[in-house]
Design a protein around this ligand. Structure first.
Ligand code: RB5
Length: 144
């Protein structure tokens, strides 16, 4: 699976560690930056990752900022993206099963790296449930 990943300065340290984690697990990772922890604006890094997913360059996107909230707001503006800000594994499973989320946004300041690794494991391992959820997701996409 090809994964596009980015962060801001608040998520930089975890983003670097998560790139190594995902590469170690065999994922094909596109790192959209930044390449240092200088202060940046998170929408500038949400945009390329969101477009990678919307354009089919990557199957999934991962974004890390202080909370994950701003990254989710920015990424979800790109048509075709369903971004979810996730802080535990249960929600990681549900955002895939019920919402078919294709971008996950993480907190680099409030969630430890080991928990974000578990969250990503769940996010990538869980399929969309379809069925009664399919029409609801379709209605979300009609809002694009
Ligand atoms: C940066 O200070 C912080 O606002 C950003 O990383 C993120 O948490 C925004 O949602």
């Amino acid at each position: 699976m090809r994964v596009s990943i980015g962060s801001d300065h608040a998520g930089f340290e975890q983003k670097q560690a998560l790139v190594d984690y995902l590469v170690g697990k065999g994922y094909d990772v596109i790192d959209r930056g930044p390449d240092n922890d200088d202060r940046v604006d998170y929408p500038d890094y949400a945009a390329p990752v969101a477009h990678d997913v919307a354009d089919g360059v990557a199957e999934r996107g991962v974004l890390v900022c202080g909370t994950g909230i701003g990254m989710a707001m920015a990424a979800d503006k790109v048509p075709g993206v369903r971004a979810a800000n996730i802080i535990n594994s249960e929600f990681a499973a549900l955002c895939r099963e019920h919402n078919d989320a294709n971008v996950i946004t993480l907190s680099g300041r409030f969630v430890p790296l080991e928990e974000n690794e578990r969250i990503l494991d769940t996010f990538f391992a869980t399929d969309f449930g379809g069925g009664r959820h399919a029409g609801r997701v379709q209605k979300i996409m009609e809002l694009d």
